[in-house]
Design a protein. Structure first.
Length: 188
């Protein structure tokens, strides 16, 4: 297993998920009132997991990482309280096409700048660690907060697929945003 990672700003901490975090994360993600899922691709159902299957899923995710590859998912904490996660996935690894994601599971921490700060720290780390030309983010047109976070971090809308997401009987657009390495370094 990889050495645990910890990245910190004055507002948030991103760190590796440890065994003792699973019982805290599980109800945040899969609890009955998972309000966050209404904003994070609700047109895809949340994978059903028990605590044990979620634990196995986390172990499998870590084992799939190449030895020189950074952890693909970290916790987001505020004052020692777990509020969410940041992640990345390879859209096309041979061309280093990477997409990031973020989930703030506790609504009490929405609109406080925590997500923006966490994603800024995460993207900076990924540019520092991997030979990426671009970092992307995909969301949907109803999630205006996520689009504002992307814009705040210097991302530009690179693609809009119109009316490709259906949620509660209405069509929404899929939004692709991205920031190039040189754009990122100009603003930091």
């Amino acid at each position: 297993m990889k050495k645990p990672l910890k990245l910190t700003t004055s507002l948030v901490t991103l760190r590796s998920i440890e065994e003792e975090d699973i019982p805290v994360l599980y109800p945040l993600i899969y609890g009955k009132n998972a309000e966050w899922k209404k904003w994070d691709a609700p047109y895809y159902p949340l994978e059903p997991h028990t605590m044990d299957s979620y634990r196995s899923h986390e172990y499998a995710r870590k084992r799939r990482l190449a030895p020189d590859e950074p952890d693909s998912r970290l916790l987001t904490e505020v004052d020692g309280i777990i509020i969410g996660t940041v992640s990345y996935y390879w859209e096309h690894k041979p061309s280093l096409w990477l997409e990031v994601g973020i989930g703030i599971y506790n609504p009490a921490y929405w609109n406080g700048g925590y997500g923006s700060e966490a994603l800024k720290l995460w993207i900076g780390y990924l540019f520092q660690t991997l030979p990426l030309a671009r970092v992307g983010l995909t969301t949907w047109s109803r999630n205006e907060r996520m689009m504002r976070v992307g814009e705040k971090l210097g991302m530009k809308i690179e693609g809009r697929m119109r009316k490709v997401r259906i949620y509660q009987g209405e069509y929404y657009d899929s939004i692709r945003m991205g920031v190039l390495r040189e754009e990122w370094h100009q603003q930091v």
